[in-house]
Design a protein around this ligand. Structure first.
Ligand code: OAD
Length: 233
């Protein structure tokens, strides 16, 4: 059997914007309303863990009330014709809920918490009991922290992500300002000659990267356009 082409997709907050989750750096974005180094850094968590838990609990309550949008769904649909690997900077679970099978989270997962003393011990929060289950204590009694990669911490999945990008036959970037490294640098690992598509209504510059087709559109519109392009190939 002929192998399916490998389509690697790198997503950022913009892919979830049309589901109603705010991005970080757009006007009205999360980092305009919250001091990023207080709520999303290792130092901030050490200084005031309660504030950080509260911040992520709010994000969780928001997440359980939103749904995957047509861009998440279109990416899941592409699995019919492509081996699709999603590398996401997002901590939401909307790609999984839309049906994507291979999702690699670079910055952690909102619905998970992990032990501060046993870093391999991870629990998934029970969506139905978010209000009553404190995210600060594990079922085994351990003190817990959000399963989020804070600023100042390494990104454990970056090597896996680089490996995937190196294998891509087609590389797609959706809804990221390309300012946070190492995620923003993934595009550098695409093999020469691989077509790259970048969907974003306000795309960042990608100097020195060949073969980028910019689709200046929202994620859902841009995915429709991408589907047409892929069909015509
Ligand atoms: P940003 O908020 O930096 O960028 C969001 C991007 O989405 C921008 O380029 C927007 O133009 C674009 N956008 C807005 N609406 C869109 C739509 N409807 N469809 C498609 N794109 C749209 O978010 P990220 O680049 O994802 O990390 O941010 C990277 C990391 O910074 C996050 O993972 C987070 C943050 O600090 C952590 O918290 C660890």
């Amino acid at each position: 059997m002929e192998r399916k082409p490998i389509l690697v997709v790198s997503t950022g907050a913009g892919v979830s914007a049309e589901s109603g989750i705010s991005t970080f750096r757009d006007a009205g974005g999360l980092w305009e309303n919250y001091p990023v180094m207080q709520v999303a850094s290792a130092d901030g968590f050490a200084r005031d863990p309660e504030l950080v838990h509260r911040f992520y609990n709010e994000r969780r309550k928001q997440l359980i009330n939103v749904q995957p949008n047509d861009a998440h769904k279109a990416l899941a649909e592409l699995e019919k014709d492509y081996d699709v690997y999603i590398i996401t900077q997002n901590v939401d679970d909307l790609h999984e809920r839309a049906g994507s099978s291979n999702v690699l989270h670079l910055h952690g997962e909102l619905m998970k918490i992990r032990s501060i003393i046993h870093p391999d011990y991870v629990e998934t929060l029970d969506v139905d009991h978010l209000e009553t289950t404190p995210a600060t204590r594990g079922k085994n009694g351990d003190p817990m922290r959000p399963h989020i990669v804070f600023f100042q911490e390494p990104v454990p999945n970056i090597e896996k992500a680089v490996e995937l990008v190196r294998q891509a036959d087609i590389f797609v970037v959706i809804g990221t300002s390309l300012v946070v490294y190492p995620a923003a640098g993934l595009i550098q690992f695409v093999r020469p000659g691989t077509p790259i598509y970048y969907i974003d209504p306000n795309p960042a510059a990608t100097p020195g990267i060949a073969d980028v087709t910019v689709i200046k559109a929202t994620a859902t519109e841009g995915m429709r356009e991408l589907e047409k392009i892929l069909l015509s190939e």
